[in-house]
Design a protein around this ligand. Sequence first.
Ligand code: ARG
Length: 575
Amino acid sequence: MNYALERFTTEVREAIAATGQAEVGQIELTTPRPNIPADLAFPTFRLAKEQGLVAPQLATDLAAAIRVDDNSLIGKVEAVGPFLNFSMHPERLAVTVLNEIFATGTCYGTHRDGHAQRVVVDYSAPNIAKRMHVGHIRSTIIGQAIVNLYRALGYEVIGDNHLGDWGKQFGVVLASIEHEGKPEGVGEAALEALEAQYARFAAAAKDDSALDELARQWSLRLEQGDPQARELWQWSVDLTMEAAQRNYDRLGVKIDHAYGESFYEPMLAGVIQEALDCGVAYRDAGGAVVIENLQNLPTFLLQRSDSGTLYMTRDVATIVFRMREFNPQKIVYVIGEPQALHLRQLFALMRAMGYAQEVELTHVAFGTVFDAQGQPLSTRRGNMVYLEALLDDAVSRARAVVERKSPDLPEAEKDAVAEAVGVGAVVYNDLYQDPKRNITLDWERMLATEGNSATYLQYSYARCRSLLRRAREDGGEGPGGELSLLVHPSETRLIKHLARLPEAVREAGARYAPFVVADWCYTTAREFGVFFEQCPVLKAETALLRGARLSLVAATAQALHNGLSLLGIQAPERM
Ligand code: ARG
């Protein structure tokens, strides 16, 4: 799909080339500064120098020589000093962009760039027998947005939930179950109880070698495939995944696979051997498999001297498996910043082993979460926040906002709106800025009905939808009218901004930066606010203008809805 802005850019290039003074390849265009009333500029310095001309003169000559045909998106062409400035034709822009939005609907903003290419996104990745804490919450939300973006770019996306379901700690989990039994209940509450009994057992085992031995035995039995150990382990996997699933459903998260670390157990001996064979790793005197002096990275292990394997070993096997199974062009890891070194070591090792030459390996690292007092959330501090409780908290706070702002909605609808607003606030808080940055859990800001919050965006969408409903009810002109009447400056600004969604999606994908789409949504809501303040819609001067403005409202609603759904945010029809 060739969207309006791309066509405008192409037309500008071709119009300059058609003067015979420059070749398409030589024409580098820039975006004028916001105070310049133009949409694209051609700085003529370089071309002037090549031709031994003075830039302002060349700009003037070009402006005089340029011919624009009748249905071009180019409006005005003007020489300003050394620049050749191009503005879009407001009438034709309005007609083109709005029709484009109506023709493509929910697909507006998507591309086919990734056709026949695959991306694996590794995200969420909670640890079994534990609740999902803020790190997993961030990974889940940012990861899902990246999945949505890459699907919108036309890639085949494979989501993989790399569950933390293996390791020595499961010996303690199983031993604590032998000791205290399985905790009652389901969901986060049951996991919390399981964490507590784990902690009790681990503490007791510190000065009781018999308990320590018991945990070791369970760990061994699990590794050797003992049926009772496997069954208890499976129970803990199921308990954790049931709790996760309920939260995934609320967040609109769907992950294609959940191979998990345990899945790679049978492949580990093979990858360790391979690392030894190709000379990247060596076995030291104590029997550990060591990787040293790899691109100046700190030394790390693939196998301990007690022959145990590590998180790293399983991540190596995971890449081997993903390459064989999916043959992807990219693998994206959505994991917190503290694991940056782990991933650098992993990526360097894979390259050194001759794997993943063609594949792009990317770590999308995210920052820490702070509470409203500015303290980082941590289990040790005791201020950790878990996913289910966080969503419940958000929704009950959102319920109060809905009660205040929309007291007349039916109760059941209030509940549905509160769910969308509460969950949306949590999701947006993870997405509205660069993932690298830290975020704060500040409900005041997250649920504000003005400013850069999901709530504000949802209100803007609901406002569009309510205008369209009222237009139907009062029996006057509906959406349609004469779109070329949309030339008020605030209309043109809004339309130009709507035209930018496709490039925002591209940029967000290329930078693994959902906030680019979040920014686009925020500006849309603001530009819509300005338009709504300056241009009467239902009471427009003429029926044709009213119809056109309602079309603009409908197009804004559609585009905003598309932007929000890329972020994984629901938009209620009324609020
Ligand atoms: N389960 C891990 C944790 O909680 C995250 C796993 C991330 N993915 C990976 N391939 N290492 O820290």
